[in-house]
Structures are given as C-alpha cells and as structure tokens.
Design a binder for this molecule. Sequence first.
Ligand code: F6P
Length: 325
Amino acid sequence: MGKVKCIGILTSGGDAPGMNAAIRAVTRSAIAAGFGVKGIYRGYEGLINNEIKDFTTENVSNIIQRGGTILKTARSKEFMTPEGRQKAYDNMKAQGIDALIVIGGNGSLAGARIFAEEFDVPCIGLPGTIDNDLYGTDLTIGYDTTLNTIVECVDKIRDTATSHERIFFVEVMGRDAGFLAQNSAIASGAEAAIIPEDTTNADQLEQFIGRGIRKSKNSSMVIVSESPKCGAMYYAERVRKEYPEYDVRVSILGHLQRGGSPSASDRILASRLGVGAVQAILEGQRNVMVGIKNDDIVYVPFSNAIKNDKPVKKELINVLGILSI
Ligand code: F6P
C-alpha cells in the first residue's frame, strides 16, 4: 500500500445522532491535511454499487446540528460475501480511494475488519451507535442524545402514570446492551431497570415487585431493554397474570430514540473522533477504532473493540437500587 492520497468515508448500520458531525470533522480535517475526500453513500452497499461522490468542505456545511446521516446508511448483506467485498475493493481502487473511514457500530466495524484483512487497505473506525456497546471507548457517537431523548419521554410518561396510578414498562433500544436502559432509569428516577447484563438467576420482575414499591408509591416506571423474548410486553403480561391488582401499561419508544438533533456532547465527541481518525491515518495507523478513554483519544484494534464485552458497571445497578426505594 502506497501513500494515502484520498480518503473514503461512509456511515453504516443504524444511524445515530452525531454521525453528521463526524462526517463534517473527517471531511474538513482530511482536506486541511491535504487529502482528497470521497463520500460513499448507503454504507458498504454504496461501495459495492459505486455510489461515490467527491466531497469538498461545502458538502458538509450546515450539517453539524442535523440528526441521521447525510451519507445515508444500510446494513449490507452483499458485503458479508467475499464477492461483495471484491466488488467494493475494485470500485475503491477505480475511484482512487486508498483509505477508508467507517462510522458505525459493531457489525459495521466487523465488516471493516474483514475488509482490511482481505485487502491491503487502511481502515479506521469511528464508534457510531446509540447502543454504547463498543469496547475500548467510554462513549459512542449518538448515545448521549438518545439517552436524553429517552429521559424526556419517560418524564412525560410519568405524568400519566402518576395520574392513573399505573405501572409502566417502557422499552428502550440497545440491542444486547443495557446502557441506555440503566442510565435512563437513573436519570429519570425510574423504580427499576431490566437489562440483559444483570445475569444473576434472580427474576428481575420478582425483585422489583418484591421490593414492595407499590406499597409506598402510587405509580412505577420500569425501563426494560429491548429483547426478542423478554421485552416490555413480556413483563407486562406477567404482571397482569401474576399480580392482577396492578394496572399496567407498556410504552415501546422505538425509532424516535434514534432521531433528533445531536446533543452538544455528541457533537463535540464526533468532532474530536473525526479529527482523530484523520490523525490516525497520518500516523500510519490501520485497522483501529478511534475512541475516547478518560477524555483522551485512543486507538483500539478492531479485534478488541468488537469482540470484548463492555460491562455495565455494578455500581450503576447499585445506585438505581438504592435510589429507587
Ligand atoms: O444498533 C442500533 C439499533 O438502534 C439498536 O438499538 C436496535 O436494536 C437496532 O439498531 C434497530 O435496527 P433497525 O433500525 O434496523 O430496526
């Protein structure tokens, strides 16, 4: 692989507020460093289908405040095949792109890792996911905004829960990770969070009811991590059957959690990581995710970022338990 002259940038997987701020930061810092920049549309799909455009600083004007991603996004099945990746590589070469910056979550960085292993292409990842589940970075782009959106929603639901004296199970996103559920529960003063990381054998519903919350309060908010089998509906059904004296409702927040203007924290994070990604290329780094640890920019090998589990701190579980009595 020769000297990098042109950087391609794409967003992939679920969109996250702050992705545009990252695209802006990568584009502007790359141009400032003398690189050419090309925007690749619809993630890896766009690389395969050659949906690629030259980017100037104007392409990223007036986007720092916008949610979603101006580059569009996709979850590409074809990129999972060797043939798909070969097509992507051929297009990259034909377009003169010699390094790739991928903004996305677990699946997207796993794709970048395989691609970088198969072809001699420096790939740099930026953690862009509301789930905050990438190892080696304290925060991912989009997480803070989504957390704030959830808290705003839970505050509103609480008004009606209190008025009707109901138990509400509010289901939030996060895929297999409970960061959004646990921290939104703390921030909204919820009575409990049910998260996948709490792997003790104890039944989390029994624990919540057993704490006798309904004896002292006339309503309860329980934040539940999404799950194919044990989501908010599952727990609501159980309460209806096992504790028919309680009036129960479910609210599944869904995709509204991923939308909206990014918070100041997400904009700053995305700007720092975007500049960090270009710096990584200048330093000759390859196949790393640029993350943030104790307020410092760090490079995390893809293999660590993707494979290792990032635990929800026990302390956070304790804090919610103590404060919800
Ligand atoms: O990974 C981000 C995320 O929003 C998860 O929290 C959620 O499980 C998933 O994406 C939803 O994906 P889709 O938008 O494809 O339904």
